[in-house]
Each structure stands twice: as C-alpha cells, then as structure tokens.
Design a protein around this ligand. Structure first.
Ligand code: ATP
Ligand code: MG
Length: 580
C-alpha cells in the first residue's frame, strides 16, 4: 500500500447520491471524469476484471465464442434497421474527415447479424453463439449513481443464431442458467422477472433484477408462488364474470357539479342509493390519442375502475410500438361529443371511438359512470349488458396487495437494478438483412436470433450496493480486488518482517495479497481496510509477541485469533474450499 496508486477520502463526495457511488469514490476505486464517465483506478479495475472473468467463464461454458467489434460504427447497417433514426438523442454520433456518419455503438445486433451472414451459408454451421465484452456508449438522459448508469459502460452482449424455434428456446434456457450461475458466484441477490406480458409470448423476454432500494425498476412478486414480474409485464388476475340476470336497470341521475371521481363518490353517498359507494365502484374513462408507426393520430378511450390511475409505463408497454398522448383542451374542443368529466361508454360507442377496458371490468359488474352530459351520471351500468369494450388493456397501476395473476397470494412491490436481460429476438434482424443459410433440403432457412446482455461495469456498483455497511465496502471473495489484506499494526521490526513473510507466503500460495506496510497508525489502517472491503483481513498486531495474529472476516464480521505458525495453512485452506 505504500506504493499502490490509491488515496482514500475521509468524506463522502458531494455529488454522490447512492451508497455504492459514495463508497467506490471514497475507497479510491473510480474517479469521475464527466457526467456518466468514470476512470477505473487500480482497485476498481481489479474488481471489474474479476467480474468480467466470471461472465466470460460462464459464457464459454455454454458454448459461447468471444469476438470483438469496434465501438466506432458506420451508419449504413443502422439505417437498414431504422435504428439510426430510432435512437434519437440516445447515441453519440460523429463524422469522419470525409463527412461520413458514425456512431459509438450502444448495442450490436446489426453487426452480429451481418457478420454471421457473411461467414456462414449452410445449416451444418448452426447453431452458433457469439459474445463480446465491450465498452458501449449511450447518451443517457439521466446518467446517475456513478457507474450504475453511465454514458460509457462495459456490457457483455451475446447473440445466438439457430435454424428453428426449438434451438432458440434451448440456448435461451442455457443463458438463463449461465446468468444464474454468474450472479450466484458474485453473491448477488436477484430475481428473474418476465419483462413482457403473457400476450407477447410467455418467457420470450426476462430481466434479472438485483434487489436494491436505489434501483430504477419496480417489480412485484408473490411470496406464496415465487411469481415475479416487471410492473409493465404484470397481468391482472381476472375476477369471474357475474350473472347478469336480475340486475337492476341502469338509471341516469342529475349529479350536479361532479367532474371528478371524488365529487362523484360524494354525490353517490348522499343520493340514497342504499349502499356505500367507493371510488372502486365508479368507471373512469381516460381519453388518449395514439399513433401507430407511420399512421395518423386516432382516439382511444380506456375504461378503468375509478380508484386506479393509469400507469404510464404499463400504458406505454401495452400500446407499443404506437405512441400516445393524453387529450388536451384543443382535442376536446375538436371532439364535441366528449363531455369532459362526464364521459361514458355510450358516446364512445356512438362515435366509433376505440374503447379498451381494464380486465377487472368483467361481464356482470355494475358501474357508476358518465352519462355524456354535464352534471349527469348513470348508475348501475352493467358490463356485457349495457356496454362492452373493444378488448382489454393492461394499463392500470399495480398495487401492493393486488392478487398475483396465478391466484396464489398478494403481490408485493420492490425495487431492483437491471443486471441482465435475455430476449428471444426471433427474425427481426435476420429478416432485415436476409440472413439465410441453405437448409438440409437445399432451400434457404431464415435464421432466428436471441440477444442477451449483462451490465458488467454496472455489476461493480450493484455488488457494492448490496454488500456494504457503515464502515465501507464488503466484497464477496469472488470479485474482491484482493484475496487477503494484511495489515501491519505493530511497529516492532520483527513483527513487520513477520507480516512481510506472511504476505509473501500467501502470495506464493497463489493468493492476491494487499499488504499495508505504510507508516500510518493502526487506526488509520483499520479504517482503510474496512473502507476498501477485502473480505479477509489479517492483522499482525499486538498478539505478535505471543505468536498470534488476528483474522477478520469483513464479509460476515467474524474475528478470530490464529497462531502465526498455522495462519498460512488456515487461510489457504479457506480459499481451497471456496472452490475459486
Ligand atoms: P436500462 O433499462 O437499465 O437502461 P436497458 O434495457 O437499456 O437497461 P439493455 O440494452 O438490455 O439495457 O443492456 C443490457 C444490460 O446493460 C442491462 O441489463 C444493464 O445491466 C446494462 N446497462 C444498460 N444501460 C446501462 C448504462 N447506461 N450504464 C451501465 N449499464 C447499463
Ligand atoms: Mg437503457
């Protein structure tokens, strides 16, 4: 440590918001360069390299072959898939001296597809799995939390090429297991969530989310069944339909000035309806306009129980690839049949507005909703009898306590950080580039692809986020910058040379050793050791005179005395059994 390029900081950097960011800077792992750009100092780079190694090993274990593309990429292939345009402000674009367009690669589907098309021509060459561990560039709108969301970051991306859907499913499952292995080896607590609603085809896309309060993703899970899903992907547990027989007729009421759900519920509870009414008994109709790619704006109404808000992310996912906007005053002015605050299913139907219902609005449910005139509502409007939708939509907010779609128990929400994503792409890119091989029967076969990402540099921060305490970082052995941190805490010349010998012995045994040989006080050294977070700290201190040293485990807090003579054997044994 007297030579290590390292300066630890006593205080938290002012700009750092989350614990991992503060600690990685304080402990001298990374340094900020510009928003979303960091340099890796020796300790940080060691962790990054160890994570890369684990990722690489698990990719090779499932048959992946490593290649490496440039980060600087020409425009043409991205033009073919329209992503040059779609990326918008999300990528860094630049020109060369001849005025040709380039970008810094945010992801590489195009080049993998073109490369495989260029090299392979027969079914005999397939299946194929390629990966790279590479620096990616994205001009993120909000770079945040240090290396958690950078504008330059390291990603493992892999792409599978198969002749048929069965092959794709197999390699998808292999990735799923490989990711579980790698994240388990890194001691990460994570969940696998479906990233797409069932409508899009089951497990065609899943995300690995590290559990963390500072995460930007919200997911829900059901403790009883283990169901977990991104909020966007949650499907509503649909209640059973109710018999319509004998339900009272719908009646229109003068409700006064009641344009909001709150005012409507107040009215209903003072109107002598013979029951207590809550917002959940009202049907709210939310007006939007949507536009499919290349299409015109059209009106869309969403009917949902009045106690629920529309969740923007769920709405966006449900409508994708169409874009949407809520109606503004000018839109209402143009569509005079829409009586703001009193919109009901009747005017929507009469004017041909597409109307999608929340899945809870099953046949036989009875609602209080707008009667399409100011100050009037209809009570007892029954779904399936008095109105119906053109389909259902998963756009209402998901709440803690909602029933899990498998019916096993309530949903509980938590936050997570996306660390990996596996995705059955299918033929999206191979269609664009006509990536075919000759099949067994001599006819061309269009290849089917999967794409799979891991946020390698993000993992450094994720592990720091999950494994730290008030004193500093606490690395799991598998990714720690060093295996053992030997602290000289005794000025005595014999103790110092004893510590040096112990360190040399550990080094000879194949362990990575950090030796604190500085002249600083023991207190300063202990503080630094705790901040840096190497899991095993070997203290050569006062006990030296009695032939003992202290072995501290930073990961689980255990402290024990060991005799100087057996220290070497004990520590090397720890690593032998750890299987690393
Ligand atoms: P996010 O929703 O977090 O922006 P994404 O959906 O854009 O992620 P992918 O394009 O699937 O992510 O990239 C694969 C992996 O790369 C992600 O799972 C994540 O771990 C990592 N990653 C993505 N963007 C960043 C970033 N700006 N900084 C660090 N890691 C990132
Ligand atoms: Mg992103």
């Amino acid at each position: 440590m007297s030579e290590l390029f390292l300066r630890t900081l006593r205080d938290d950097p002012a700009e750092a918001e989350v614990p991992s960011h503060k600690l990685l800077i304080r402990a001298g792992y990374v340094r900020p360069i510009a928003p979303g750009l960091y340099s890796w100092l020796p300790l940080g780079l060691r962790v990054l390299r160890r994570i890369e190694r684990i990722v690489r090993e698990e990719m090779v274990a499932i048959g992946g072959q490593e290649i490496l593309f440039p980060a600087l990429l020409p425009r043409a292939p991205y033009e073919a898939t329209n992503r040059w345009t779609e990326y918008g402000d999300g990528v860094f674009r630049l020109k060369d001296r001849r005025d040709n367009d380039y970008m810094l690669g945010p992801t590489h589907e195009e080049f993998f597809t073109l490369t495989v098309k260029g090299e392979y021509s027969s079914y005999k060459d397939l299946p194929l799995l390629l990966f790279q561990i590479q620096t990616k560039y994205r001009d993120e709108a909000r770079p945040r939390a240090g290396i958690l969301r950078g504008r330059e970051f390291v990603m493992k991306d892999s792409y599978s090429f198969d002749l048929d859907d069965d092959g794709l499913r197999r390699v998808y499952q292999a990735h799923r297991r490989a990711y579980q292995n790698m994240f388990d080896r890194m001691a990460i607590r994570y969940v696998i969530v479906s990233a797409m609603s069932g409508a899009m085809g089951g497990s065609a896309s899943e995300e690995f989310l590290a559990e963390s309060e500072v995460g930007e993703d919200t997911f829900v899970r059901c403790v009883q069944s283990g169901y977990a899903a991104n909020v966007e992907a949650v499907t509503t547990a649909v209640p059973a339909a109710i018999s319509i027989d004998g339900l009272p007729d719908a009646t229109v009421h003068e409700t006064g000035d009641t344009p909001t759900i709150v005012t409507l519920v107040d009215w209903a509870n003072s109107a002598g309806l013979g029951r207590t009414v809550t917002a959940a008994d009202t049907l709210k109709n939310v007006m939007l306009k949507i536009r499919r790619p290349g299409g015109e704006w059209e009106l869309l109404a969403i009917g949902l129980p009045g106690d629920r808000e529309v969740d923007d992310k769920r709405l966006e996912a449900a409508l994708s690839p169409a874009e949407y906007a809520f109606l503004d005053d000018a839109d209402f002015a143009r569509n005079t049949f829409l009586c703001k605050g009193y919109i009901g299913p009747e005017a929507l139907r009469a004017n041909g507005v597409r109307y999608l219902l929340d899945p809870r609005i099953v046949d036989g449910t009875s609602w209080i909703t707008g009667a399409d005139e100011p100050g009037r509502h209809v009570v007892g409007l029954v779904a399936g009898r008095d109105f119906s939708g053109d389909g259902t939509i998963e756009a209402a907010e998901v709440r803690d306590g909602d029933l899990s779609p498998d019916g096993a128990g309530p949903l509980v929400s938590a936050r997570g950080i996306e660390i990996g994503h596996i995705f059955q792409l299918g033929r999206k890119y191979t269609d664009t580039f006509s990536a075919d091989v000759l099949g067994e029967d001599g006819k061309p076969v269009r290849l089917t692809m999967g794409s799979y990402g891991v946020g390698v540099s993000r993992l450094v921060a994720v592990i720091a986020e999950q494994h730290h305490d008030g004193l500093g970082l606490r690395w799991p052995s598998s990714v720690s910058p060093f295996d053992v941190h030997v602290v000289m805490a005794n000025k005595d010349a014999e103790a110092r040379s004893g510590a040096e010998q112990l360190a040399a012995g550990l080094d000879e045994a194949g362990l990575e050793v950090l030796l604190d040989d500085r002249t600083a006080s023991p207190g300063v050294k202990f503080k630094d050791a705790e901040l840096i977070g190497v899991p095993w700290i070997l203290v050569v201190g006062r006990g030296w005179a009695n032939g003992t040293v202290e072995l501290r485990n930073r990961f689980d807090g255990e402290v024990r005395e060991v005799s100087v003579d057996s220290a070497l054997a004990e520590i090397t044994a720890l690593f032998a059994t750890a299987g690393e």
